[in-house]
Design a protein around this ligand. Structure first.
Ligand SMILES: NC(=O)c1ccc[n+]([C@@H]2O[C@H](COP(=O)([O-])OP(=O)(O)OC[C@H]3O[C@@H](n4cnc5c(N)ncnc54)[C@H](OP(=O)(O)O)[C@@H]3O)[C@@H](O)[C@H]2O)c1
Length: 397
């Protein structure tokens, strides 16, 4: 996590938001709109939501906007007519947005679709705020090697990793014993397996504490999200899986903790509002103000903790095993999970089928050692194909 002094001191900071129309993207745009003297916008990108991308572009006046879905081209062109804002469509346009000269890039595309754009920002040595945990899960070795090579700075955006980053003594790592990722436990923390078998997509995306995109909400409900975060933490903090704990903390107030060898435990606390970790990355190394609700511990009165249940939440075990296996296993895990979650959201498979499909894909596909982006993308493709076949078998049953 190198620091580039020139980038740090640039005011206003020039920023790009990849995935600006999503949940993290909108929170980032909200912060940018509140402080237009401190930030100028180089580029915004979306998948297919032209209407929201146009609204954001007209408010923030970026130099460039990109839309991954070429079908929205005419609408985008009409909406930008006379503004002087350049635009392009297609997946390559999103990469082009990441390559443009912003000091700071928010990587908030969901899924492995964010890998190539995020890598493009890393490769030119930008400060990259990583929300897109899937790109670290499916290509962690490559992402970290490219970060090292280019001198880019990676800043975590996940609230848990942001918390750890804020209390992790990078200069004296030998003092660190372990880290603990806290987990809300999701909407089915107390549900039995019978109930979990019947949950609907609407129930799964209704997270008790956080307002997030559909995919991460389902991941939180299966606890695969914590599994992905475990792999993300392994890469961001260079710790083995055995030194990363997961603890269920339903109030989501303690965002995560670092345990030191003298018995001290340092944590970062706050109300569950993504604008706090996003602001930490956006202003870094300075602090910037946010309207997030302030923590009132007396009103909360108690914080509770419990161990995750491996029987009802097998996804966490699968992610740990994939990290232990190494090589392409996390790539397979991530791809199969993305496929299964989408089919669950489309009401084609049940909630408990998600982890089964991930587990079977992992046992069917041999990952091997991944060294290049091309190899990773090919493994991702093969894993998606296998997971899709397993979904069809599941649907036919
Ligand atoms: N939401 C949270 O509170 C939260 C917290 C921590 C970490 N994260 C992580 O942050 C990432 C984003 O999550 P989110 O909840 O913000 O997701 P989201 O609401 O679903 O937004 C995803 C963004 O990615 C864009 N997108 C989707 N597919 C794309 C593609 N193929 N090519 C280019 N852009 C594409 C979407 O565009 P459209 O709007 O046009 O579809 C949208 O801008 C995920 O990796 C998630 O795990 C999220």
């Amino acid at each position: 996590m190198a620091m580039n002094e020139a980038q740090i001191s640039t005011v206003p900071r020039r920023v790009t938001v990849l995935g600006s129309t999503g949940s993290v993207g909108c929170s980032t745009v909200d912060l940018l709109l509140r402080d237009q003297d401190s930030f100028t916008v180089e580029a915004l990108t979306a998948g297919s939501n032209v209407a929201l991308l146009l609204k954001q572009a007209l408010a923030l006046r970026p130099a460039f906007v990109a839309l991954a879905d070429p079908a929205g081209r005419d609408e985008l062109e009409a909406g930008l007519a006379g503004t002087g804002i350049q635009f392009a469509v297609g997946p390559q346009a999103v990469i082009e947005a990441a390559e443009r000269p912003a000091d700071w890039v928010m990587a908030a595309i969901v899924g492995a679709a964010g890998l190539s754009p995020t890598l493009a920002a890393i490769r030119r040595g930008a400060i990259v705020a990583i929300a897109n945990k899937e790109c670290l899960v499916c290509a962690g070795d490559l992402v970290m090697a490219e970060t090292q090579r280019s001198g880019a700075t990676l800043l975590p955006v996940d609230s848990e990793h942001s918390a750890i980053y804020q209390v992790f003594d990078f200069d004296r790592r030998d003092g660190i014993e372990r880290i603990t990722l806290t987990a809300s436990g999701g909407p089915f923390r107390e549900a039995d397996l019978m109930r979990m078998r019947q949950v609907t997509p609407a129930e799964a995306v209704a997270h008790p504490n956080w307002d997030m995109g559909a995919k991460i909400s389902v991941d939180s409900a299966t606890m695969m999200n914590k599994g992905l975060e475990l792999i993300e933490a392994h890469y961001l903090f260079a710790l083995p899986e055995s030194r990363i704990d997961v603890l269920v903390h339903p109030q989501s107030v303690i965002h995560s903790m670092v345990s030191y060898i003298d018995g001290s435990v340092l944590a970062q606390l706050g109300t569950p509002d993504m604008r706090t970790p996003i602001a930490y990355a956006l202003g870094w190394p300075r602090r910037i103000a946010t309207p997030a609700a302030r923590l009132d511990l007396a009103a909360l009165s108690r914080l509770t903790f419990e161990q995750p249940d491996p029987q009802r939440f097998p996804a966490l075990r699968l992610a740990r095993a994939a990290l232990q296996s190494g090589g392409g296993a996390p790539t397979i895990l991530n791809a199969a999970n993305e496929v299964a979650v989408q089919h669950f959201l489309d009401r084609r498979i049940g909630f408990l089928d998600i982890a089964d499909i991930v587990e079977e894909t992992l046992s069917d596909i041999d990952g091997g050692r991944m060294t290049s982006l091309a190899e990773i993308l090919e493994l991702d493709r093969r894993s998606r194909e296998r997971a899709s076949n397993l979904v069809e078998r599941c649907v036919a049953r």
